[in-house]
Write a protein that binds this ligand. Structure first.
Ligand SMILES: Nc1ncnc2c1ncn2[C@@H]1O[C@H](COP(=O)(O)OP(=O)(O)O)[C@@H](O)[C@H]1O
Ligand SMILES: [Mg+2]
Length: 230
């Protein structure tokens, strides 16, 4: 039959679409600065730390509040989104934001995979704990290894040897299978996972002038140039 040779190809397209675990990129609700500058060394270090054969990689961005951790994570996600099948943003600041984040991720997944049976009950009869477990289970499926999860603001981590209910235990919220890529931002120096990258102040005069120049709409500010109001 003339159409027969096409059938296996069509089957393959449908099969890969259904099994490549890709989810549309979206960072809605994440506060992105309009003018991001510099941080190329940090971005390169994140990239090389997350380079993987599919097994789990973790990078922790550690530094003071307001230093630029979240903006670096956003820039990394936008720049390298095509290298990941899915990128999900989770606020891990407190219990309420964790639950909201997981429910949002579950919805993002079910929009694209309505038949993902574990997730289909999210927002209906499922409890929040069940939604979290369903997302973790989906991210642990065999071959679903190319996702990037960003856990933003793990500022109050549970410390080893601390009381049961003090702080957020990040391990409860990590997919169990040892796969995928993870970026954690934190003000705490106590997060002891993966490669810890210390984020420092942007101090060079060139960086400061670049921010000033971009935010003011004046592209002629350079080091050593006299700034004259016009
Ligand atoms: N690389 C950068 N370029 C321009 N502005 C930046 C940069 N990094 C941080 N900022 C500014 O500083 C603010 C705080 O950065 P943020 O990433 O939220 O800090 P953190 O997550 O460390 O608390 C941002 O809203 C942005 O206005
Ligand atoms: Mg932040």
């Amino acid at each position: 039959m003339a159409t027969w040779p096409l059938a296996p190809q069509l089957f393959f397209v449908v099969w890969t679409r259904a099994n490549d675990f890709s989810v549309t990129f979206s960072l809605s609700d994440v506060p992105e600065t309009q003018y991001f500058v510099a941080r190329e060394a940090e971005l390169a270090e994140i990239r090389s730390s997350l380079r993987s054969d599919g097994s789990r990689r973790v990078v922790v961005l550690h530094g003071l509040g307001g230093i630029g951790k979240t903006q670096i994570a956003i820039t990394y996600a936008k720049r390298y989104r095509d290298e990941y099948s899915a990128v999900f943003w989770l606020s891990i600041k407190d219990e309420a934001s964790i639950q909201q984040s997981f429910i949002k991720v579950a919805r993002q997944i079910t929009q694209q995979y309505p038949n993902a049976s574990l997730l289909s009950a999210v927002g209906k009869q499922q409890s929040q704990e069940e939604s979290i477990e369903a997302v973790k289970a989906w991210l642990s499926l065999p071959n679903n290894t190319r996702w990037l999860l960003i856990y933003d603001n793990l500022d109050n981590p549970r410390l080893a040897n601390s009381a049961e209910d003090a702080g957020i235990d990040i391990h409860q919220f990590l997919p169990t299978a040892y796969q995928g890529s993870i970026i954690i931002t934190t003000r705490s120096s106590q997060v002891d996972l993966g490669n810890i990258i210390r984020i420092r102040k942007l101090i060079s005069i060139e960086n400061s002038l670049e921010i000033l120049s971009k935010t003011s709409g004046r592209d002629n500010l350079q080091h050593g140039k006299k700034l004259v109001a016009n």
